[in-house]
Ligand binder design. Structure first.
Ligand code: PLP
Length: 404
């Protein structure tokens, strides 16, 4: 039983008002709201357990370490990784990608080598590769898409060459909602002898993601997009790859022994975790993952699908509506423009009605160029949204439409 009213009560912010209107929050792709038990866990840990992890012999430090390492196990189980050594805590998707690009690029890429990305990547899966290109002279190849927003898999195949060293693609587009067939894309990459990084920032909150089932080499996501706290994220990597990669940052925690002559790095996963980790944040993340596991990812996916179908159908009834992204496999993200109303105007006016949507290029300017537009209005849904909120959005758009 998916008891939406009870679920909404778990998220205190949902009962606030904005400009004296009930808040309707449709900016979940940017960040999700937090259930009470996540925020409570942060407060509780600061008040009753706080101590730096891994270094102390004292009681609190040991307790904090146990909580932190238990969170790693929760993440491992959540994505079905083979070992906790494969779970690296970072600050978020962006840092996870930068870590991987830096370490992988350092060890395995030379001038003239190639990475394959797709046209629908977030800037965080483009710019780190461009920085590497500037440092090392690597080339970036781009998988194109059709007008529905589906990647062209035949073209993907053709992009592989002797110089391809890695593929890095998003699981779900944060603009189009397209669910890319990453399992098949991983198989193709492996057939060419190269690993694939999955940017799961927009899939982890909405569907079951099993790294072993996908056979993903690397997979990254952010805690704050999956009902967890800000400032914590994950890089999953197969142990056989992580073992071969050099550290990203140096400092405490990531070493076994330091002398001025020679430093021995720590084992996995600590080799990649320099400095004090956000051990309070990792507990919050684990609570968030436990929360959605208890609700059931299949139930969440089914509920969000129903909402997305309903929203799409209602939006299409609005005169002048253009929806961007109509892939056969599509998640809970709807990008649109209405007539020639500027996306900022639409977003600003909806905001006055208490409706939070995102406007702009959504950190995907190359995709905007492909679509021939500057930006869109984006409603991205979460497990706590309702049909009534979609009705409010539709009424809001109709009102703005009349004003123009
Ligand atoms: N990748 C995708 C697909 C995203 O949607 C986002 C954020 O919107 C990111 C990466 C970056 O995530 P973060 O800002 O949490 O590092």
């Amino acid at each position: 039983m998916y008891d939406i009213q009870k679920i909404r009560e778990d998220f205190p912010i949902l009962s606030r008002t904005v400009y004296d209107k009930p808040l309707v929050y449709f900016d979940n792709g940017a960040t999700t709201q937090k259930p009470r038990l996540v925020v409570d866990s942060l407060v509780d840990e600061y008040y009753s357990v706080n101590a730096n992890v891994h270094r102390g012999v004292h009681y609190l430090s040991q307790q904090a370490t146990e909580l932190h390492e238990a969170s790693r196990e929760t993440v491992r189980e959540f994505i079905n990784a083979g070992s906790i050594n494969e779970i690296i805590f970072t600050r978020g998707t962006t840092e996870s990608i930068n870590l991987l690009v830096s370490s992988f690029g350092e060890e395995f890429m030379e001038e003239g080598d190639e990475v394959i990305v797709s046209v629908m990547e977030h800037h965080s899966n483009i710019v780190p590769w461009q920085l590497l290109a500037a440092r090392k002279g690597i080339a970036i190849k781009v998988i194109p898409m059709n007008d529905k927003g589906e990647l062209l898999l035949d073209e993907y195949e053709k992009l592989f060459s002797e110089r391809t060293k890695i593929v890095s693609v998003t699981h779900v587009s944060n603009v189009l909602g397209t669910v890319n067939p990453v399992k098949a894309m991983i198989a193709t990459a492996h057939a060419h002898g190269v690993p694939l990084l999955v940017d799961a920032a927009q899939s982890i909150p909405h569907m079951k993601v099993d790294v072993q089932e996908l056979d993903a080499d690397f997979l990254v996501f952010s805690g704050h997009k999956v009902y967890g706290p800000t400032g914590v994220g994950v890089l999953y990597g197969k142990e056989e790859w992580l073992d071969r990669l050099p550290p990203y940052q140096g400092g405490g925690e990531m070493i076994q022994h330091v002398s001025f002559e020679k430093t021995v790095f720590n084992e996995l996963p600590f080799k990649f975790e320099a400095g004090t980790p956000d051990y309070i944040g990792t507990t919050g993340l684990a609570k968030a993952l436990d929360y959605i596991t208890a609700l059931g990812l299949d139930q969440i996916a089914a509920y969000e699908h129903e909402l997305t179908v309903y929203a799409t159908q209602r939006l299409k009834e609005i005169p002048g509506m253009r929806i961007f992204g109509e892939a056969a496999e599509k998640g809970a993200v709807i990008s649109f423009l209405v007539g020639d109303i500027h996306h900022f105007d639409m977003g600003t006016l909806l905001d006055r009605l208490g409706i939070a949507v995102r406007t702009g290029h959504h950190c995907a300017q190359p995709l905007m160029q492909r679509l021939g537009i500057e930006g869109t209005v984006r409603a991205s849904l979460a497990l706590y949204n309702t049909k009534e909120e979609i009705d409010a959005l539709i009424a809001g758009i109709e009102r703005v439409n009349k004003m123009f």
